[in-house]
Ligand binder design. Sequence first.
Ligand SMILES: CC(C)[C@H](C(=O)O)[C@@H](O)C(=O)O
Ligand code: SF4
Length: 468
Amino acid sequence: MSGTSLFEKLWRQHRVAELDEGESLIHIDRVFLHERTGGVALQALAEAGYKVRNPQLAFATLDHIVDTFPGRSDNTLMPGGEAFIRITREQTARSGIQLFDLGDPRQGIVHVVSPEQGIVLPGTTVVCPDSHTCTQGALGALAWGIGSSEAEHALATQTLRVVKPKSMRVSFDGTLPIGVGAKDMILALIARDSASGARGSVVEFAGEAVRALGMEARMTLCNMAVEFSAFTGLIAPDEATLAYLQGRPFAPKGQAWEEACTAWRELRSDAEAVFDAETRLDVSTLRPMLTWGTSPQHAVGVDARVPDPADAADRATQEAMHKALAYMDLQPGQALAGTPIDAAFIGSCTNSRLSDLRAAAALLRGRRVAPGVKAICVPGSTQVKLAAEAEGLHQVFLDAGFEWRESGCSMCFFAGGESFGLRQRVVSTTNRNFESRQGPQTRTHLASPVTVAASAIAGCLADPRGLL
Ligand SMILES: CC(C)[C@H](C(=O)O)[C@@H](O)C(=O)O
Ligand code: SF4
């Protein structure tokens, strides 16, 4: 298959039929569900008289609205949210789908749990009614977020009708400077090429800087593909991918593992592969990034000044920038670093894995969160929490003045019944800085775990590089 991209290979391997109106019928290898959208999809399916075709290929977890306070309740703090959890428990039990419930050591944020358990594998198609399913493309899977009715279709038929997306390759060249990581790479890309830069394409992240990333950092990179308007993100599997997956509970074992590895080693774009779009970014001059506005594209280096709308190319951009600056209560030209913060949040499917917590803890060790700053760390899964505790990281967070929580989406989004206060300024490792995302009119600054940790200590937006 010379000249074929990885996406094209995965597409061909899963195409069952060509349909009219440009759609193809694609085989779906795994369906993952969470309580906010999944239980309801299962219920609707049952009410329509359909069965889940392959319950052993579907999985569910409780993450979005669960209580994340230490020693949490068995439910949610979200007003009216109990039904989502109850329906998910009832419907998964009814259809024979494994649920990673509260109290199950496999529980956690869907996009953290799926790789951790070896459910997403290279070369598979994985869907979930959740936009950040693109995270799982880091393992070389075609994994994408779907809507609720598509979830019903996938559960009932193990297929989906999909219009073939375009392809794009983003190559990251060079070596990352100290204090700069995958979160900064993706924010820098989106800032340069805009939040609509990928235009619905399957984006393959490639290049030496991607190869040099650990698996968890690759997940961070792919996590924000959807914030770049990609259909999904994808990274070709390599030896690091195989080493990560070996021995995980749902990964193949014995002879099947050996055979899988042989097949997975073929999963890469051919040297002559042609993409609908290609771009490159040199990471060697990148800085830790921070957002100043209300879109992930509103990002600059931590030592930069807040941009001036007057410098924008067109009127629409100028107006959007003015609106964002008014919302964020920032002035054009002011230094971003030094802006006082109310809160710091480390968590979410973007940056809540063990390597993220280790990086933040290394910086927090022996230091204290500034007075008046509410600082919270929410591990992405129960496994991450247990692993972090086994190496004493929780004590580092607690000693520094962070809250140490149970795993879940928590305050990544304002829907679990808990939020930051009115108009509070939050520096956050999450992926969306939209208006009121983390509470009423909250002002979110997206950043990496080390930048959030440095800011929590300083009490203001801060550059981590001096502290490493
Ligand atoms: C609730 C869910 C459907 C939503 C999503 O799809 O992304 C959430 O995870 C989010 O990050 O906003
Ligand atoms: S952690 Fe945030 S972005 Fe990720 S799935 Fe949960 S709510 Fe969505």
